[in-house]
Structures are given as structure tokens and as C-alpha cells.
Write a protein that binds this ligand. Sequence first.
Ligand code: ATP
Ligand code: MG
Length: 570
Amino acid sequence: MRWSKILLPTLKEVPADAEAISHILMIRAGLIRKLTSGVYSYLPFGLKVLTKIEKIIKEEMNSKGAQELLLPAIQPCELWQKSGRFEALGEDMITFRDRHKKLNVLGPTHEEVITALVKNEVNSYRQLPLILYQIQTKFRDEARPRFGVMRSREFIMKDAYSFDCDTQGLDVSYDKIYEAYCRIFKRCGLNFIPVEADTGIMGGDASHEFMVLADSGEDKIVKCKKCEYAASLDKAEILKIDTLKYADDFQEYEEVKTPNVRTVEDVADFLKKDIKQLVKTILYIADQKPVAVLVRGDHEVNESKLARILKTSHLEMAGQEVVEKVTKGPLGFSGPVGLIGVDLYGDYSLQGVKGIIVGANKADAHFIGVDIDRDVKVSQWADIRNITADDKCPCCGQGIDIQQAIEVGHVFKLGTKYTKSLGAAYLDVQGKSNLIIMGCYGIGVTRIIAAYLEQNNDDFGIIWSKEISPFQALIMPLNTDNQEIMKEAEDIYKLLVDENIEVLFDDRDIRAGMKFKDADLIGIPMQVIIGEKNLAQGIIEIKLRKTGRRLKVESAKAAQEILKLLDDLQ
Ligand code: ATP
Ligand code: MG
């Protein structure tokens, strides 16, 4: 491919609305262009990468006996009402009314559609197990589309679904896909870790997320410093910690004035106390009912844990109106003392604590010297907070690290969640009808590119691995007016193309300096530099993008050398 013929618009400047390095590089290196918020076009260079990733995915899925199919993006909304997820997905769902006034959904995922299909087509144990997958565009009206294709409103997912007779069968299918995922992410060049994950609104028994470590990641994961334990924040169980002791252990709690200080940080500052001595009282609405949650001042509520404890999929933080109605006080001064009419859920770290500071449920006031057992009616103690770096590994009790990560894949053991609501059953050997046992497995195909770039870049641009790079070699004649240089470049180009190497030929009539800059920016693993001085001595130069290593080779042997070097490249 000749650069002069391919649509590969590189940019010198950092685009104004791009924050994450992957987003910046995808724009600057001409992989994508934004159409509107969270919606991107893939230019030829970007599409090549995407196609390579899809090829890896297909090879690995096929090798596990999974079959590819293609399901429709347009789905009747009744199907989602049947499974009970129409409301759970809420505003993320992109819907439209057709000319017959029927409401349709643009598929955000395909559990419903595939279960409905399998219900009709599979009826005997003889047809099971079955693993089906597709690579397809998904639509989600994300609240905050961010970082380019990392979190977009239209993105490509590989989604797979397994159907088995029993849970043992599901375990086998799950393990197969788990293995395939590890191979896929490794071949894509990602430094990833599988973590135990919450099953959330998907329901089901077990789940793992495949996480790529990166500072720009929107998720956090917990990793033990010693053992193999790794989990998402929503899943990470917290070992009970010692209840902190405070001197302010009064006979009765006392009211203090805290004019205009609402946040725990401000109250702690104002009263000159440690933030840990404060207790946050946060109101939520769970299934239309208000509940109050108590966590230590320096801790954060984990809403997934809370939703699990409350057995709800409809959880949201209460607004000002509800807070005022329930606490009879203004926002920012809520506290658990005397709070009636709502269930109080307390985090384990507060069990038995005395001498704490809480909101007084009235403006500009807090209570100090509160004894939680004496003054507060906690309905249930539970693990409802995010684990912190001060907590210990729930497996071995050693220290933990908390790291930012990007979720690139997710696998779930669903069980009968969808086969039950949609009625997908099979007849066993005895002719008895049983529900099919299901698993579902997703990979963010477009997100893989962003995740890869977060981990593989330097100050000059992208560093592609051989397997997903759009081209393996870039031929760079430094002066297109020089006929000898051009002849040499054309010869090498032809030889490599004949060997089925994907080569980009920078035939643009631009300054050498610009060619070098662009070459490093677009990140093709091998740069073949043909310049006047070297060529006069029968030499061309090869630069490996990843290591920066430069080699001089005889021009007559250039093609063979390049092929050999490419073979050794990762
Ligand atoms: P997230 O928590 O990041 O929103 P999710 O749990 O909603 O992800 P799944 O429904 O499990 O994601 O989808 C499978 C995969 O699709 C995810 O692991 C992720 O890699 C990818 N994905 C999900 N939402 C998006 C999005 N808005 N843009 C790009 N990729 C996405
Ligand atoms: Mg999501």
C-alpha cells in the first residue's frame, strides 16, 4: 500500500477534546474520527487493526468449537420486557418507534435474542452443548461517553453464549472460553489479569472480568501482594478490621455547631478531628424505598455490594427532597441518631464504635460523642464499602494493591436466568423437560485497541506488536526526487509484497523529518530507511520501533534481512 493512496491523515497537534493517551493517538495516527459524542468512524488504518483483532478472536473461539453467527441489532422491546431487563438497563437503552408504532431496541447486548432463538431451535439433549458467538455493533447510550472508543455509544463487541444440559456442562464451557480469552488477550499484546467479578444485573453464579492495567482505567481492581487473589472492587470481600477507639466517649452525645460545613472533610477540619472519627450517613432509594447506609468518614459505599445485600437491581442515591423528608434536616447534615422510618445498614468497620461524630439532621449541627450501640438502631451490619489499600487480602491476610484498570472482557455463569424467563428448555434422555443452563461471554473488540494503546506507547507515538499492527514494515525513501533511492525502495517493496508481507510505502514527497515523525507516530514495528548517504555505500538502515534499535544492512540483502528480522519480532 502506498501512503499517497491510503487515507491516513496524521495530526501534529493533540486534539482538543481527547484526554486519554489512547484517544489522542487514535486520532493523531489517523485510526478514527469522531462523528458525534461517543460515535466514531474507523479509517482504513484503524479498520485494519480492528480486523486483525477480530481474526484473532475468531481463531481462538473457533478452536474451542464455538460457532459464529450474526444476530440482528433491531430487537422488539417485548423480549426485553419478558426478561425483565427493559427497566434495569433504563436510559442506556437506545429505542425507537417504528412506523407501526411498535417500540424497538437497538441491541445493547444479545442474551434475550439468542435465548429466544435457541428456545425455538434446540429441544433435545442431543443438540447440546452449544457455544455460539458473534462480532457485532452494540448500542448503549452511555451516561458519560469517554476516551474515544474506550467508552462509546456505538461499539463492537464479541459476544458468546453457551448452552448446556447441566451446571457441570456449564463449567466446562466456561473454562473453555476463559482459556480462549486468555489466549486472545495475550495474542493482542495486552498485559491483563482476570479477576473475580460481581454478577450485577446479569444475574447468575460466577463471573470473571479481564482487566488491563492502565492509569486511565475507569475500574479499580484489588490484587494481593503475596497470593494469586485478584478481584474487582465490587466483589472484593473485606476482612473485619479493628474498631477504632476515640477519647470523646461521653455519657451522652452532645450537639455542636458546624455552620455551613457539610462534607466530612470540612467537618473534620472544622472540629479538628480525624476524618475516620466521622460517620457518613447516605440515603439510597432501593425499589422505591429509602434506606440509610453508614460508613466511616474515609470510606466509600460500594453500591454493588449494597444492591446485593438489599437484593435489588434498582438502587440510586436519594435526592435532596427524599433526604429532607426522611431526615427532616437539610442535605449534608444527615445522621443516624433518631432516624426513624428507614432501615439502617452499617458497615462492619463501625460495629461497636464509640465517640464518633455524625450529622444531627438539622442545619449547621453535628453530634459528637455518639456511641453506635447506645444511640443508633442499626438494622443490619454488613460489608458495604470499597476495599482500601489499608485492608488485607481476604484469601491470605497479606497486604493488597489497588490499581486502575480497563475491563476488556467479562464472562458469566448465568444458569437459568434467561432460559427461565424466556422458556428455553430441552428434553433429556428420559424425555423429561429441563431448562437449558446458560453462560455469556463478552469482549469489547473496539475497546481492546484503546486498552492496547494505553499500554504500548511512548513520547513519539504508537508501538504496535507484529500481530495487530496494520502493516509490518514501513518503507521510507527519504528523498522521492532521487531516482536511485526510489528504485531501491520500489525493489524492496516488491520483494516484500511478493512474500505476503503487509508493507506501507511512504512515497509522499515531504521532508525526511516529517517522515520520521509520522513513522514513529503510526508505530509500524519495522522502519526501512533509504537515504542518500547510506545508499551511496550500498547500505540501507532498519529501525525497530519498539526498541529503537538501528541496523545497517547491505542493500542487496535488504529484503532477506527484513524477513529474518520480522520473523524474530513479537
Ligand atoms: P462497563 O462496566 O465498562 O460499562 P459492562 O460491564 O457494561 O462494561 P458488558 O456488558 O459486560 O460491559 O460488555 C462486554 C464488554 O464490552 C466489556 O467487557 C467491555 O470491554 C465492552 N464494553 C462495554 N461497554 C462499552 C462501551 N460503552 N464502549 C466500548 N466497549 C464497551
Ligand atoms: Mg456498562
